[in-house]
Write a protein that binds this ligand. Structure first.
Ligand SMILES: Cc1cc2nc3c(=O)[nH]c(=O)nc-3n(C[C@H](O)[C@H](O)[C@H](O)COP(=O)(O)OP(=O)(O)OC[C@H]3O[C@@H](n4cnc5c(N)ncnc54)[C@H](O)[C@@H]3O)c2cc1C
Length: 451
């Protein structure tokens, strides 16, 4: 293996984070290739994705905002019911986002996000997304990396980026290679995430009485909760449940498991006058998994670096998983672009030391914020599906007291959620424009576009 003449990033995984990286790298002038295991980057799998204003700001910079607005619904109404189905709150707190950061979160069908990303790559860049390329080996050399796929094909590059999700193979190779290089190397655990909750999700037609942008929640003290979101033309349910025992093992739920769980939660309220049994039979599709949680301590090693669910995994109640991955993309793109621009000989491949410095700076820029996002997400899950522990009762007490405080949700969004969102990075070499501004300043402002 010898050094390539030009820098190239081999991105493992053509999910939403890998595809966002493809757009960002293309605009930054960073050569890349994406290797995706499935036969398509846009499968009809998963449920909704809520993009927060920080992600929408990046999408705007990538030229994707217009398509995104056509395919999504802005958050409008928040309804909370208790386990008996009684409405505790029916409010419209999301105007707080309009005032704070100038933009509300938007709800998409997951496949639509993938299609927006994939379809809007130029022909030249789309040709760099290769499907049916399941990565089975990663090797590092003094000047390069080599990635091998299940079909026997190999790809060389300067770095390899693991955007291959919660069960990341790249993460495993990073660990293995670091330990081979030094048995005392500081590495991530082999199984770095732990699940305390499970979730079944699915797509259904919008039930009567609901409108685009509705967000319904049902909380309970029995270790279960439900959430229902409406988009432009469909709705999505999320049925959360506390696992009997925390686990680090992967669990693949079967159709029978889903049916049994649906029967178990049939009477769980989803919103005013709506129970789970009313919508389960209308589903187009449903999925189920344990909700892994964790933030890794080592985001990169040598020529290998991780982003998205491969390096942090949060529960989905607060909708921060992909939004965090988009932040990873923005920060890593900015740092790599700067490095490549500053390389003494134009076009020369940066040294391993300079790449490792970039990976360190990337982790430093993201790790602390990610922990805050992680804690926020974990708390939301535990406040919703409360257990019988004292923390469960504390969550109950806080929720009961705050549910009678006028405009409480508005204040939480204005002073807590907006603060997290406004910490968001964007691509520092591209401009942006107005709606993404309000009373809360962005920690990393972008240059306003002229005209
Ligand atoms: C029910 C639910 C609701 C959610 N809602 C939201 C939300 O509203 N907002 C939000 O921000 N986040 C949400 N999330 C989280 C979000 O889905 C993830 O954070 C996001 O998908 C992570 O993207 P990723 O690209 O890192 O990983 P993935 O989406 O897992 O994509 C990884 C890709 O890598 C490919 N791959 C895997 N292994 C290999 C290999 N060996 N070789 C090549 N390719 C490989 C996979 O096929 C896949 O395409 C939700 C999650 C769940 C479960």
């Amino acid at each position: 293996m010898k050094s390539g003449e030009q820098f190239r990033a081999v991105i493992v995984g053509g999910g939403p984070v890998g595809l966002t990286a493809a757009h960002s790298f293309a605009l930054a002038g960073i050569d890349f290739i994406v290797l995706e295991a499935r036969d398509t980057c846009c499968p009809e799998a998963g449920s909704s994705l809520v993009l927060n204003p920080a992600s929408l700001r990046v999408f705007h910079q990538l030229g994707l905002e217009e398509q995104a607005r056509k395919k999504s619904a802005e958050h409008e109404r928040a309804v909370l019911v208790n386990y008996s189905g009684k409405t505790c709150k029916d409010v419209r707190p999301f105007t707080a986002f309009d005032q704070s950061v100038g933009q509300r979160p938007m709800t998409f069908h997951r496949q639509d996000v993938l299609k927006i990303l994939y379809d809007n790559l130029s022909g030249e860049n789309r040709a760099k997304i290769l499907v049916n390329k399941k990565v089975v080996d990663v090797r590092t050399y003094p000047d390069a990396v080599e990635v091998t796929c299940a079909d026997g094909s190999t790809y060389e590059g300067t770095i390899v980026i693991g955007a291959d999700g919660v069960y990341s193979k790249t993460r495993g190779f990073m660990r293995k290679l670091a330990l081979e290089a030094s048995p005392n190397a500081a590495v991530n655990p082999e199984k770095p995430y732990t699940a305390y909750y499970k979730c079944m999700w699915g797509t259904v037609p919008v039930p009567p009485g609901l409108s685009p942008g509705d967000h319904l929640d049902c909380h309970s003290d029995l270790g279960v909760s439900s959430m229902f979101l409406t988009g432009r033309d469909r709705g999505w349910f999320f049925m959360f449940g506390l696992l009997e025992k925390a686990t680090q093992e992967r669990k693949d739920y079967t159709e029978d498991d889903k049916e049994a769980y649906a029967q178990e939660l049939a009477e769980l309220p989803m919103g005013p006058g709506l129970r789970f049994k009313d919508i389960w039979h209308t589903r187009h599709s449903a999925g189920m998994s344990n909700l892994d949680e964790g933030v890794l301590d080592h985001w990169g090693w040598n020529r290998v670096v991780l982003m998205g669910d491969a390096v942090h995994k949060v529960t989905p109640n607060a909708g921060w998983g992909l939004n965090s991955g988009i932040q990873d993309v923005a920060v890593l793109t900015n740092l790599l672009r700067k490095l490549l621009k500053e390389t003494p000989t134009p076009g020369a491949v940066p040294t391993l030391e300079s790449l490792e410095n970039v990976f360190r700076a990337y982790q430093e820029a993201r790790r602390e914020n990610m922990q805050e996002v992680f804690d926020y997400s974990a708390t939301q899950t535990r406040q919703s599906a409360r257990d019988g522990s004292w923390t469960g009762w504390m969550h109950w007490l806080v929720e009961t007291v705050t549910s009678v405080v006028p405009h409480f949700d508005w204040f939480m969004i204005r002073y807590k959620a907006s603060k997290l969102v406004s910490a968001g990075h964007a691509l520092d070499f591209l401009g942006g424009w107005e709606p993404f501004s309000g009373a809360v300043p962005w920690a990393h402002p972008i240059r306003p576009l002229m005209g």
